[in-house]
Design a protein around this ligand. Structure first.
Ligand code: AMP
Length: 620
């Protein structure tokens, strides 16, 4: 497969011209912006010298907004108008959130297909909230760098689906940023480490952030980074550790039914305690609730680790799966890169070290590493770096395909294909005179459409009427470097075409992906049987339709016995199509074939006679 050259055509900088480009790590809890200056990447701090910007937005009176620390502070007193963790919601629908929404203190709109939070400034979507965060980072960077930005590379979790990626791009556009590229977070981390350490070999990126867990297996060689496999859980992160500790505090202090304000207060104290326990052996949590009740708990590091060990263990399963998908053993892993603030927790470091039998790489700041890698990538894309461009390859998490006749899936792009990728396949019409064809794009590993996830449907019209099987329709699947899929269909003789860009209306979290993969493995043999049967039914439908049409035209060629034999064979085949196995259907197809041998010969004779009628020898 051709490798992707990262430098965009026409983007080479004129000598000595430096374009201002930044990398942005748009995180669940914190976001960062970084840039390359004098050849090295660094995060850009705010006026108070803080590099992180809490990913929190408060909608205040008089159309004013607060972003970052001010908003974070206000979360306790104004929870309904202060939105955090928008990254968990972006590109998803209310229906996707299910139980997740119950501990989010927002007033969600009632539309199931869109997430809207009612604030004093009206309904706000996660895209609006993310745009505010990006706008704040853009302003920070432009003030610090003294000019307008050419563009930004924005990172997203490797498992973000099309809708989530598209929504992130929309947020950037709203913020007035030119998106040079979306980049998977682990790939950005690998860039940061790859450059610094000039490493070669297979690496694992273990990224436990505030709201998401991603694991990627990367192959680094001669300046090429190839993502061999990805896995993770987009609903697991440092926030869950806070939440577990929060629940423990409720139990210990015999509290139930907290109001939103008190919940926020206790959650933020739980987070502070978790962070303190990274360095301290014990910590105390004290608070006075709005109704006068008191919280007073001391917790040791050991207790906290016992409470949350199951969450740490939950990260190891996707690690195993990613190694399996990449076809490597853990012994072959040269290094494990730790990314995300939550990897600071000692029991997380310990679990990773124990599993891989080696100390993980953590010499870069786990909070900054993604932003630094993104900045390095932005620097190349903006054309500031002409030597040794990187080549980046990411992969598709699940196979992409389309529905074919009989409810079967034809896989076009197999799972774990490196991006960008494009593949085309030819299809044809099933019915005589068919002038339209519906292209149903699906995602998943199963053989039947009913077991896969439907992504999009569109119709190609204007196919010239032809006999079944004569039209040549070329369907092309293309996944760009950002992971966005577009599908086009083109009828080859007329050039008519239709296409669609797939922006699925709902998100797909990692648990769903894992479940879909597990189901495909568990059901592999049943699926094969179902596929064989569906294929036999398709063949049988074609044959019965052809025989019935022939009987209508030329049935008079058969005597009573002959007609009865053909009709009985058709009835038997139709019966088997309803209930029979693939073998029984194939046997009935073959029996109908035999029963019509004589009829076919008679039709052939008649057709020849018709063709010869009225023609003399010279003409022939
Ligand atoms: P990120 O999404 O990478 O910014 O990670 C944020 C998560 O890291 C939050 O859950 C933080 O509470 C957590 N975190 C940051 N610092 C520490 C620390 N010293 N110990 C434990 N967790 C931390």
């Amino acid at each position: 497969m051709a490798l992707l050259q990262i430098a965009e055509p026409g983007m080479s900088a004129a000598p000595h011209q430096h374009r201002l480009a930044v990398g942005i790590d748009l995180g669940t809890t914190n976001s960062l912006v970084a840039t390359v200056k004098s050849g090295s990447a660094a995060c850009i701090a705010d006026e108070q010298g803080r590099v992180t910007l809490p990913s929190v937005v408060r909608y205040c009176e008089e159309a004013r907004t607060e972003t970052g620390y001010d908003a974070l502070k206000a979360q306790k007193i104004d929870p309904l108008n202060t939105i955090s963790s928008a990254k968990r919601l972006i590109g998803r629908t209310l229906a996707d959130l299910k139980q997740d929404s119950h501990y989010l203190p927002y007033r969600f709109g009632s539309n199931e297909r869109i997430i809207e939070m009612q604030t004093r400034q009206g309904a706000k979507t996660p895209i609006d909230v993310s745009a505010e965060i990006l706008r704040a980072l853009k302003t920070r960077a432009e003030n610090a760098l003294g000019g307008e930005l050419t563009g930004a590379v924005i990172t997203v979790p490797a498992y973000f689906d099309d809708a989530q990626r598209q929504a992130t791009k929309d947020a950037a556009r709203l913020a007035g940023l030119n998106v040079l590229r979306l980049l998977n977070e682990p790939t950005a981390a690998a860039i940061a480490y790859g450059l610094d350490n000039a490493s070669e070999g297979t690496f694992v990126v273990y990224d436990l952030g505030g709201g998401t867990f991603d694991v990627s297996v990367l192959q680094l060689s001669k300046g090429l980074f190839e993502v061999k496999a990805t896995g993770g859980n987009s609903a697991l992160g440092g926030d869950d550790f806070d939440h577990r500790l929060f629940c423990h505090l409720l139990e210990q202090n015999k509290l139930s039914q907290l109001n939103e304000q008190d919940s926020q207060l206790l959650l933020s104290l739980a987070r502070a305690a978790k962070e303190a326990l990274t360095t301290d052996n014990s910590t105390t949590i004290q608070a006075a609730l709005s109704d006068g009740r008191k919280v007073d708990s001391t917790i040791t590091r050991q207790e906290f680790q016992n409470l949350t060990q199951h969450l740490v263990a939950k990260t190891i399963e996707p690690v195993k799966q990613a190694l399996k998908d990449a076809g490597v053993t853990k012994a072959a892993i040269k290094g494990v890169i730790m990314v995300g603030g939550a990897t600071r927790m000692p029991h997380v470091q310990q679990a990773v070290a124990t599993y891989f039998g080696q100390t993980p790489l953590n010499n870069l700041n786990p909070d900054e590493v993604v932003a630094l890698g993104a900045a390095m990538q932005a620097n190349v894309l903006a054309g500031n770096k002409n030597d040794g461009e990187w080549l980046l390859l990411d992969v598709t998490p699940l196979s992409l395909g389309l529905e074919t006749y009989g409810g079967l899936v034809e896989k076009i792009i197999p799972r774990n294909s490196t991006l960008p990728t494009a593949r085309a396949q030819e299809f044809t019409t099933f019915k005589d005179g068919q002038t339209a064809m519906t292209i149903h794009v699906v995602q998943g590993e199963r053989e039947l459409v009913a077991d896969c996830r439907s992504l999009a449907k569109f119709t190609l019209r204007g196919i010239p009427p032809m006999v079944a099987g004569a039209a040549r329709i070329r369907v092309t699947f293309q996944v760009d470097a950002d992971g966005l899929l577009s599908v086009s269909a083109r009828e080859q003789s007329t050039g008519v075409q239709a296409q669609i860009e797939v922006k699925p209306s709902y998100g797909l979290d990692d648990e769903t992906i894992t479940r879909m993969l597990k189901e495909s493995m568990a059901n592999a043999s049943d699926d094969m049987a179902a596929r064989a049967r569906a294929e036999a039914v398709v063949e049988a439908e074609g044959l019965t339709a052809a025989v019935k049409a022939a009987l209508e035209l030329d049935g008079d060629l058969l005597d009573e016995n002959g007609l009865h034999a053909v009709q009985t064979a058709v009835a038997e085949l139709e019966n088997q199509m309803q209930t029979g196995s693939a073998e029984a259907i194939r046997a009935a197809v073959s029996a109908l074939g035999h029963a019509t041998d004589d009829f076919a010969a008679k039709r052939m004779n008649r057709n020849i006679q018709r063709a010869l009628a009225g023609k003399n020898v010279e003409e022939l």
